[in-house]
Design a protein around this ligand. Structure first.
Ligand code: HEC
Ligand code: HEC
Length: 310
């Protein structure tokens, strides 16, 4: 009798244990997807972190610190990321783009990286996607400041300062008139002109982007506002910086911008600097620029104080 009792106790214990195992297995099964998801998230995070430093050391010089594109296409770009799968980015990086500056990076193609490292780069590039800017749309959008520069050199003679009109042509800053027509209408009107009325055809002179810049300016006027040209300070500072670095080409480019925003004595000095650069005389260019900078800084040519960036 006793022995039989012990035996059934043993069966009870085994049953309880079995149920306990079943229950915990069930719990484990239910938790598993969560655990896998957490693991995957962690793996992606690690890949992105490693990919970030691989990118900074190997890709940023051409594609930009933030993937904005320097001597190579932008990678941090909404369209590119939306239209290009991970597999495609992987193979672009692995094999490079033949007969371009883009080298092959994977060991299979004679480069330095393992497949794992290429995947880490892909993960890092992919991590830009949620905030990636639409660079094409940004490049297409008109810039009213650029628009004013073009307006002042090409339209002002007939349409007057700030679009107020002259004897030769009507005002372009009338908000009611501006509200009647959409951007397309203005783009077409400016591009085709009205030769019979004496409005030149600008489509052969200005680029489509420049026409959009002017339309952006008209839209500012529609709001009853005006556009201020930035003073030449920033461009002069940039030119000086470029001279210091010995980059005469960049200095010339910045000076070109500075002259558009300058007048009077400052303009004379900037032109002197330009001539000096063309003659290869860096120190003369620097001297003229420093003088111009002083004039601009002391005059009330606007600007919001000193730019201590860089
Ligand atoms: C020496 C400059 C240079 C370096 C360094 C470089 N690239 Fe490129 N990359 C380019 C150029 C140029 C292109 C465009 C090739 C073409 O004309 O299609 C390109 C194209 C690409 C593309 C395809 C882009 C597109 O729009 O089709 C990807 C992706 C890419 N590079 C990733 C990388 C990564 C990742 C690295 C670092 C491991 C890297 N690149 C390093 C120059 C470079
Ligand atoms: C040689 C003189 C002249 C120049 C320069 C000129 N326009 Fe005109 N523009 C006219 C004339 C004339 C008209 C048609 C009659 C009018 O509106 O006064 C006109 C009409 C327009 C219209 C239509 C206005 C409306 O409300 O119907 C726009 C927009 C316009 N011009 C934009 C420009 C822009 C932008 C530039 C510079 C890129 C420019 N114009 C340069 C003479 C000129």
């Amino acid at each position: 009798m006793r022995a039989r009792e012990d035996y059934s106790r043993f069966i009870m214990a085994a049953l309880v244990l079995t149920i306990a195992i079943l229950v915990s297995f069930e719990l484990y099964i239910r938790r598993e997807p969560q655990r896998i998801a957490a693991d995957e998230k962690r793996d992606v995070l690690i890949a992105v972190t490693v990919g970030r430093s691989l990118y900074a050391q190997n890709c940023a010089s051409c594609h930009g610190e933030q993937g904005e594109g320097v001597d190579a296409p932008a990678l941090n770009d909404k369209k590119f990321l939306a239209n290009t799968s991970d597999e495609t980015i992987f193979s672009l990086i692995s094999s490079g783009v033949p007969s371009t500056e883009m080298p092959a990076w994977s060991q299979v193609h004679g480069g330095p990286f393992t497949d794992e490292q290429v995947r880490q780069l892909v993960a890092f590039i992919r991590s830009w996607e949620p905030d990636a800017p639409d660079r094409e749309a940004e490049a297409m959008a008109g810039d009213p400041v650029e628009g004013l520069v073009i307006y002042n050199s090409t339209c002002i003679v007939c349409h007057g300062e700030n679009g107020q009109g002259t004897d030769l042509a009507s005002a372009l800053n009338n908000p009611e008139r501006l509200a009647q027509f959409d951007d397309e209408w203005y783009i077409d009107t400016i591009t085709d002109g009205r030769p019979s009325q004496g409005m030149p055809t600008w489509g052969t002179v200005l680029s489509p982007k420049q026409v959009r810049d002017i339309v952006a300016l008209l839209r500012v006027w529609e709001r009853g506002e005006t556009v201020e040209l930035p003073g030449p300070q920033a461009a002069i500072t940039e030119a000086l910086h470029a001279l210091e670095e010995g980059d005469l080409h960049a200095a010339e480019h910045a000076l070109g911008e500075a002259t558009q925003a300058a007048s009077g004595e400052v303009l004379t000095l900037l032109n002197e600097a330009l001539e000096a650069i063309e003659a290869g005389d860096r120190s003369a260019a620097e001297a003229a620029l420093l003088q111009a900078q002083e004039l601009v800084g002391s005059g009330d040519m606007g600007g919001d104080g000193h730019d201590d960036g860089g």
